[in-house]
Design a binder for this molecule. Structure first.
Ligand SMILES: C[S@@+](CC[C@H](N)C(=O)[O-])C[C@H]1O[C@@H](n2cnc3c(N)ncnc32)[C@H](O)[C@@H]1O
Length: 301
C-alpha cells in the first residue's frame, strides 16, 4: 500500500512504499536503527510481530501519559533496565517527539556501552528529550541527575530484583503510574528452597513448592503476588494482565499500578499473612509496607 504523497507523476524520486503498520509521522530512521524496518522500508514476519507487540504495550501506556498531561504538560518518565532503550525510543517517537515542552524520558542501564549507544542514537535522531544514565536502578533512587518529580516508571524485563528496585524507586518518588513487565526473580524461590526442610510437612499446601521446578515457578508467581500487595499497601490500584503475543512467553505478565490513595491496611495485613504462611518472613524488608495506621487515617475510605 502506498501513501497518498508517494508515486505522483513529476514528483521528486519516490521514497520506497512503507509497510501499512507504520504510523503517519513515525520515524523511519528509528525503525531502521531498531532493525524493525529494512533499508528499503520492508517488514519481515519477525519485525511485524515485534511492532505489533510494541503497539500493544503502547496502548496501555498512552492513556496514562494523557492522564498526566491533564495535570501538567511536562512529563517525566523513567525506564529502568532500559537495555537498548527500545521502549523509550518508541514512546518518544509516538508520543513526545516535537512537543517542545519539558517532557523527558530517562533510560537507566548498568551496561555502559548500551547507554553510550542510546545517547548517540538520540542525538542522531534529534530526540533532545531523552537522557540515558549509566546507573543501577538502586543508585538512581538517590541520583541528583534525576528530577524530584517522576510521573511514570516503566521496567520491561528488568533482570531479577531490578523490578523490585524499580518499585522501590517509584514508591520513594511517589510516581503516579508504574508499568512493569517483570523478569524471573530468583530471590523468593531461593528463600523457599532454603526453608523447605523446616516448612515441608507443616501443611499439605507446601506440596505446591516441593519439587525444584515448582519451587522456581511458584517462587516467581508469588513474587509478583507480593509485588502487587506491596503496591496496594502503598495506596495504588493494581491491574494485572497479559502482554499478548510477547516473545518471552514465560515473562508476559503486565502489572499496571495507578496511585489512588486507596486504603492500605488490608493489603498490608494480607501481605504479612502471605509471608508468614509461606515461611517468607525474611522477605519483609524487600516487600516493605508503610506506616499503616497513619496512612489509613489520612486515606478516604
Ligand atoms: C532483559 S534486558 C531488557 C531490556 C529492555 N528493557 C527491553 O525490554 O528490551 C534487561 C536489562 O536490564 C539491565 N539491568 C539489569 N539489572 C539492572 C539494574 N539493577 N540496574 C539497571 N539496569 C539493570 C541489563 O543490563 C539489561 O540491559
Amino acid at each position: 500500500m502506498k501513501r497518498a504523497d508517494q508515486g505522483k507523476k513529476g514528483a521528486a524520486p519516490e521514497a520506497p512504499a512503507l509497510a501499512p503498520e507504520i504510523r503517519p509521522g513515525q520515524s523511519v530512521a528509528l525503525l531502521q536503527e531498531l532493525h524493525i524496518l529494512t533499508r528499503d522500508g520492508k517488514l519481515n514476519q519477525d519485525s511485524r510481530r515485534k511492532l505489533k507487540q510494541v503497539y500493544h504495550l503502547y496502548q496501555f501506556i498512552e492513556p496514562l501519559l494523557r492522564e498526566i498531561q491533564q495535570d501538567h504538560a511536562d512529563i517525566s518518565l523513567v525506564d529502568h533496565g532500559a537495555g537498548k532503550s527500545y521502549l523509550g525510543f518508541i514512546l518518544y517517537d509516538l508520543f513526545f517527539k516535537g512537543r517542545g515542552d519539558g517532557s523527558r524520558i530517562y533510560g537507566i542501564e548498568t551496561r555502559e556501552e548500551l547507554v553510550q549507544k542510546s545517547t548517540e542514537l538520540a542525538k542522531k535522531l534529534d530526540f533532545p528529550g531523552m537522557s540515558f544514565l549509566n546507573l543501577s536502578v538502586a543508585e538512581s533512587t538517590e541520583s541528583t541527575q534525576l528530577p524530584k518529580r517522576i510521573d511514570i516508571v516503566t521496567a520491561l524485563h528488568a533482570c531479577n530484583t531490578a523490578t523490585d528496585d524499580a518499585i522501590d524507586f517509584a514508591l520513594k518518588k511517589r510516581a503516579r503510574f508504574m508499568v512493569l513487565v517483570p523478569c524471573c526473580q530468583a530471590e523468593v524461590a531461593s528463600v523457599l528452597k532454603k526453608n523447605k526442610g523446616k516448612d515441608l510437612g507443616k501443611s499439605a499446601l507446601t506440596e505446591i513448592w516441593r519439587h525444584p521446578l515448582h519451587t522456581r515457578e511458584f517462587g516467581s508467581q508469588i513474587t509478583n503476588v507480593l509485588r502487587c500487595l506491596q503496591l496496594e499497601a502503598h495506596g495504588y490500584q493494581v491491574n494485572v494482565t497479559e502482554l499478548v503475543g510477547w516473545e518471552h512467553s514465560m515473562k508476559n505478565e503486565l502489572i499496571i499500578a495507578s496511585y489512588k490513595n486507596l486504603p492500605r491496611k488490608r493489603p498490608s495485613e494480607r501481605l504479612q499473612e502471605v509471608l508468614v504462611t509461606l515461611g517468607l518472613e525474611e522477605m519483609g524488608q524487600r516487600f516493605y509496607t508503610g506506616k499503616l495506621a497513619e496512612a489509613d487515617a489520612m486515606a478516604p475510605h
